[in-house]
Structure formats: C-alpha cells, structure tokens
Design a protein around this ligand. Structure first.
Ligand SMILES: [Ca+2]
Length: 251
C-alpha cells in the first residue's frame, strides 16, 4: 500500500483540500505515502535484495479518503495523492535501471461507492435473480460506466459443468429471467468477504453475468485502464478479481 509506505512529497497529502483525506494518526484516512517516497527508498529495498514490488490498489483517482486505492472513480486520471505521471515514469525508470520490476493494480472489480440499489442504499441488497434497480447515491457519477434498469427479455447464459467435468444439459438457468442492459451486475451486494457461501453464490452469479455477454463499453474501459498503466512505463499489471471480467478483456 503506497499510502502507508514513505511520504516523499508532503505537498500532495491534501490534494483534494478536504478534511476527509489526510490524518497520520487515523486508520481510515490517508497517511501520505507516495511514489516519491518509494523512489527515495529504493536503496533500502534494493539492499535487502528485493527485485519485484507490487503496489496494491489503483494508481487512478480515488475518493479523497481512499487510501488503499480500491475506490477508483475515473480510470483516465491519476490520483494526485500518489504522483504525477512524470514522477511515476521517473520512479519506474529508476527501478528498471536497478533491475527491479513493478506490478501495478487494475482494480476493475472495486470501483468507488457512487451507485446503490433502490431501497437498499444503506444496507446490503439481497440476491435477486432478476436484478435490482440501480441509482446514483448523489449527483456525482462515473464518466466511463453506465448502468441501466432496462430489462433485456432474453440473454445468453454460460455453459455450466458439474463436478465431474461434464456439461450440465437442460434448463440450468430457470431462475434467471432476462438481464439488465447494464455495464454492471445488479444482482445484489456481497455483505462481507468472509461469508463464504454468500461469496461463492455471488461469484457464480456475477461470473455468470460477465461471462454470458461482453459489455462493449466495459470492455473498452478495461482495455483503456490497462493501457493507462502502461503510460507510466509499467510493464506488468495485476487485474484485481480477474474472474469477474470477460476473457476478451484480456486480448
Ligand atoms: Ca505525500
């Protein structure tokens, strides 16, 4: 977590100028770590023999308080709390010159918290095979993704296989009734990561949705955001929860 490492540039700690972003004594706000701090520390890291560094969380713009980088709002803008594009390039070039590798995060499965399900804005929405109506919580919206509450009457669902590897034939999707014409899955919320049955169910449902059809705009954004990471000269990117994305996104 870059924010929790070394603060090399205190001038970017309050980049948004709000009261809700930087607090060195807090656990939920930013501490101020940035790419300059990482670059300043390469002697120390290299001295320990470290050859690869994985920076968790998106380097793209997050909520002001989004210290972990898992609440990106726009995959076209770098988060100024971490660095400018020139600082990114300078640090990564320095790492490469030392024979070190860097892996950046493409957190496509965890956007910021701008959208909620109607009737469930402050609680977890239960699983719904016919999906929920989605709505923006405030006037703030994503520029690159859109949801829709319009139902497509018929959708192509994926093939399913049983434990022995044979394809399940017949109507194995009787609970599904159409699908929403949306960039997002609208089946409901995952309450917590450690509720395993719920997570498994959500994974099946969400995975089914993203596999059954390729949403053109979402695919375009995945490709663009990956391209954005290459512009800071990174040569390797991790896709957070890659199984949620259509395989064509990796082409
Ligand atoms: Ca800083």
């Amino acid at each position: 977590m870059l924010d929790r490492f070394v603060n090399g540039d205190p001038t970017n700690d309050d980049a948004n100028g709000t009261a809700w972003e930087h607090d060195l004594t807090g656990t939920q706000l930013r501490h101020g770590g940035d790419i300059k701090g990482l670059q300043d520390t390469l002697d120390y890291l290299g001295g320990m023999g470290i050859k690869g560094i994985y920076l968790a969380g998106s380097p793209m713009i997050n909520f002001p308080w989004g210290a972990d980088g898992f609440s990106p709002l726009d995959f076209t803008l770098l988060d100024p709390h971490f660095a400018t594009i020139d600082a990114w390039r300078e640090c990564i070039a320095e790492m490469h010159s030392r024979g070190m590798y860097v892996v950046l995060d493409n957190t496509m499965a965890t956007l910021g918290d701008l959208i909620g399900f109607e009737g469930y804005l402050n609680v977890s929405a239960p699983l719904s095979f016919t999906e929920h109506n989605a709505m923006y919580k405030t006037s703030r919206q994503y520029h690159d993704f859109e949801f829709s509450n319009e139902m497509l009457p018929k959708c192509d669902y994926p093939r399913f296989y049983d434990d022995s590897g044979y394809e399940v034939v017949g109507n194995n999707t009787e609970y599904f009734v159409g699908c929403r014409d949306s960039d997002f899955d609208q089946y409901g919320d995952i309450a917590a990561f450690n509720i395993y049955p719920e997570v498994c169910l959500a994974v099946i449902i969400v995975g089914s949705d993203t596999n059954r059809r390729l949403v053109a705009t979402a695919n375009q954004q995945v490709r663009f955001s990956t391209g954005s990471l290459t512009r800071v000269e990174a040569i390797c990117a991790r896709k957070d929860r890659a199984f949620l994305l259509h395989s064509n996104c990796y082409a």
